[in-house]
Design a protein around this ligand. Structure first.
Ligand code: SF4
Length: 181
């Protein structure tokens, strides 16, 4: 329900000098990715950017919704930083910080988008594209966060302990050859 609410594109809200845009599609040629932001919060500011259909200038800040108790995880910070890099490229602006909103404690944590964090995001996406080009899927390590991960049905971390399909096929072929000889 948390993500359904955050990803409803019809649910843009105006609250005084702020506009909350839900489920905004984003992309980055620099990172080679596309996706959606849970929420982008635009605050009215002279140093902001123009938005179609709105008067004035607005500063964008990504807000990522998470389950959990407010203890920021590195993966959450990397995701938020990637969203900010996408928004910076799309809107031609600088975004020095973003927010992680933790539902359990109903609290936001401010995340400074440091050069170190940005460099880590760049390096991880470069590695991802290298692996994709090689057609290699790295094995995952099941962790407590898997239970509430929205990618669980695709990632299938339970298969971590199963044998590789290639090993299974090799065994079958070997058995078939043994039987034939
Ligand atoms: S399900 Fe996969 S992507 Fe999600 S946290 Fe677990 S290992 Fe990571």
């Amino acid at each position: 329900m948390l993500h359904k609410r955050a990803h409803d594109p019809m649910a843009d809200e105006k609250r005084g000098d702020r506009i909350l845009s839900h489920g905004m599609p984003i992309c980055s040629a620099k990172l080679g990715i596309r996706g959606f932001c849970d929420v982008v919060e635009f605050t009215r500011s002279e140093s902001g950017v123009s938005i179609t259909g709105r008067e004035g200038k607005w500063l964008p800040v990504p807000v990522e919704y998470k389950h959990g108790d407010g203890d920021a995880k590195e993966a959450d910070e990397l995701q938020l930083c990637a969203q900010a890099i996408c928004l910076e490229g799309m809107l031609c602006c600088d975004i020095p910080e973003g927010y992680l909103y933790y539902a359990e404690v109903r609290r936001r944590t401010k995340v400074p988008l440091t050069p170190e964090l940005r460099a880590r995001v760049m390096a991880m996406f470069e590695e991802m594209h290298r692996l994709y080009a090689r057609g290699y899927t790295p094995r995952v390590k099941k962790r407590p966060g898997c239970k509430s991960c929205s990618l669980r049905e695709i990632c299938l971390p339970e298969l971590e302990k199963t044998r590789a399909a290639s090993a299974y096929l090799s065994d079958i072929l070997r058995q078939t050859e043994d039987t034939a000889t």
